[in-house]
Design a protein around this ligand. Structure first.
Ligand code: NAD
Length: 274
């Protein structure tokens, strides 16, 4: 079975560098997909309150029989609950059927609302209460991190942002690195919408290394130290996506993938999304 590396966070905890994301996964199939992923060796699941499938993730976890301390579960505080994080956390834990999550994130800064710093102070309390082992943020641009760090006493463990070869967000990644925050890359495959899997640069590298375009792109992510959790509902792709720790890209291949930056977002812009 594939051995998935662990990355050490700034709070001393570790996170599996690879997992399964369940955004846009129909609740009707989430339990099956998470169960199959766990059978294949996945141990890290990335969900969110807004995905509407925390209960199904929790059901698959409960049925798996895998010891809780071998699993890594992330969920996220939705935008409309930034002034109500304690209650929102309890609701997520109830749905997941867990007494704690491994990582709880503020999903978006929604800067126009002006409530994310207050939400962060609540997450600090949630962590102190043991309900979330680690806490972090998502979609925080450098100025949002600065505002949070000016008032918070805990540095976020991770910042989960949109990153794939055609949208690399190097400024945001650099800000994360400056603060000792691990970057999690969401939509690591460009959600199948951008050119990330079809670019001739990617397909040529895939041919050269004898891997699929998805494996090449996921390998590019892990070689930069990012945490990834590609989504798929298909068992063969779940298996394919995790087979990325038994080969390496050369520096030239990484540089060729770096050159695909095109500013292609597949999700909202965090500076304007409310
Ligand atoms: P993704 O980049 O993981 O792409 C998923 C899509 O890629 C699939 O639906 C499928 O069409 C295709 N795909 C998957 N495996 C493939 C393969 N081996 N070959 C060819 N095509 C393949 O997109 P995503 O689901 O948006 O992102 C992954 C996870 O990131 C989400 O499930 C969620 O957990 C997280 N996420 C977080 C945020 C946030 O705001 N924090 C936003 C979006 C996604």
């Amino acid at each position: 079975m594939t051995t998935i590396p662990a990355i050490t966070l700034n709070d001393g905890r570790t996170i599996p560098q690879f997992g399964l994301g369940v955004f846009l996964m129909d609740p009707g199939e989430t339990e099956r997909v998470v169960s199959e992923a766990l059978e294949l060796g996945y141990r890290h699941i990335d969900t969110a309150a807004i995905y509407g499938n925390e209960a199904e993730v929790g059901a698959a976890i409960a049925k798996s029989g895998i010891p809780r301390d071998e699993l890594y579960v992330t969920t996220k505080l939705w935008n409309s609950r930034q002034t109500d994080a304690h209650v929102a956390m309890r609701e997520s834990l109830d749905k997941l059927g867990l007494d704690h999550v491994d990582l709880y994130l503020i999903h978006w800064p929604t800067p126009e609302k002006g409530t994310y710093v207050g939400a962060w102070l609540d997450l600090e309390e949630i962590q102190a209460q043991g309900l979330a082992t680690s806490i972090g943020v998502s979609n925080f641009m450098p100025e949002h991190l600065d505002a949070l760090l000016a008032q918070g006493s805990v540095v976020p463990a991770v910042n989960q942002i949109e990153v794939h070869p055609t949208l690399q967000q190097r400024d945001a990644v650099a800000a994360n690195q400056r603060h000792g925050i691990v970057t999690e890359a969401w939509s690591p495959l460009g959600r199948g919408k951008a050119d990330d899997l079809t670019s001739p640069v990617v397909t040529a590298i895939a041919d050269a290394v004898g891997r699929t375009p998805a494996q090449v792109v996921l390998r590019w992510h892990v070689q930069q130290g990012y945490v990834v959790f590609p989504k798929s509902s298909r068992r063969e792709r779940l298996a394919e996506n995790m087979r990325i720790f038994d080969f390496a890209l050369t520096d030239d291949q990484v540089a060729a993938l770096d050159s695909l930056e095109a500013g292609t977002r597949v999700g909202p812009d965090p500076r304007t999304f409310n």
